[in-house]
Write a protein that binds this ligand. Sequence first.
Ligand code: TYC
Length: 134
Amino acid sequence: MRHLKKKVNLNEVKASFQQSGYTDWHLNMSGEDHHEEGDLDVKTAPPEFKVPPLYMVVLLNDDYTPMDFVIEILQDFFAMNLDQATQVMLTVHYEGKGIAGVYPRDIAETKANQVNNYARSQGHPLLCQIEPKQ
Ligand code: TYC
């Protein structure tokens, strides 16, 4: 069976909602501001949607960390798939550095520290640092 859309009148919907006794503070049923004795005028600040400054988590090349280990790091700490991780590892290997990810400062710092600590715990000299994104 086809579902036919019934045309609704917004005023009817509002009227039946009002009769239901529910209060939705987002809806102004009267269309005017309602003032009562003792009310304070409150101005709300407009919402601010500022993008936080971003930082790149950068991997540095070295001669000793195994390629497989770097790929594993990129998959485990930066949620890359095998192809992406291999690509970034090779960029670092051939160009000296490469971007593992871009994040707000606290997240970038945490990731870089986690990678450095994990690499050290496994006996590898792999270095990870953060750089402001222009
Ligand atoms: N250059 C390393 C090697 O030949 C591999 C490597 C890649 C090391 C990326 C660190 O961030 C790195 N085994």
